[in-house]
Design a protein around this ligand. Structure first.
Ligand code: TMP
Length: 198
């Protein structure tokens, strides 16, 4: 099973991915779980995100890097793990490039084209939170330096709208929208219900 967690910065997905891993781990002694994330390992990406002044700068270079990084991630981690029968939980995937880089002004058509032949996850959770809440969470998290110039209100409003339209964009994919404004426990209950359904 390949499960993806998505949403704007501060939406709570990184907390929920650990809850989900814990849930699967204890559910069955034969479950083996791989928890992974994108961007995968291209250091240039995080450097650009830290130093780039405006969200709309360097979009072409970022798209190229994100897509190449994703191909490597697939080849090196996701496909081998799925082939071994492991459950793969991935923090961000193609939906991040589609929602963030189209908010940067990159052509949506081209982004969709670049991802046309990439494997479709079994399940995608999109955590929807209002941008004020998300930014508060990001700034309260003292363990975390401001890592991305994308953590700005106006920009994240556009990204959030893009996430909300993913179901229309991918009607054949299993994308579940979760209200992430509620407490960690309530959000996790909703995730478990969705998992049990499938
Ligand atoms: P993270 O905070 O979840 O590690 O993600 C790093 C930042 O990179 C975050 O602001 C979202 C952004 N991002 C994109 O813009 N496009 C992508 O394809 C990915 C994977 C992340």
């Amino acid at each position: 099973m390949f499960i993806v967690l998505e949403g704007i910065d501060g939406c709570g997905k990184s907390t929920q991915i650990i809850n989900l891993a814990d849930f699967f781990f204890h559910q069955d002694k034969y479950n083996h779980i791989v928890v992974t994330r994108e961007p995968y390992r291209r250091r240039e990406i995080r450097e650009i995100l830290k130093t780039n002044e405006m969200p709309n700068e360097k979009k072409d270079q970022l798209v190229y890097l994100f897509v190449e990084d994703r191909k490597e991630h697939f080849k090196e981690v996701i496909i081998p793990s799925l082939n071994r029968g492991h459950i793969v939980l991935c923090d961000r995937y193609k939906y991040s490039t589609i929602c963030y880089q189209s908010a940067q002004g990159f052509s949506l058509e081209r982004l969709l084209d670049m991802h046309r032949f990439m494997p479709v996850p079994d399940l995608v959770f999109v955590f929807d939170v209002n941008v004020e809440t998300a930014l508060k969470r990001v700034s309260y998290d003292y363990s975390r330096k401001k890592e991305s110039k994308f953590e700005q209100k106006n920009f994240l409003e556009v990204v959030r709208r893009n996430y909300l339209s993913l179901n229309e964009l991918f009607p054949d994919e299993n994308i579940i929208l979760i209200d992430g404004n509620e407490s960690e426990r309530v959000v996790f209950e909703k995730i478990k219900k969705a998992i049990q359904k499938i």
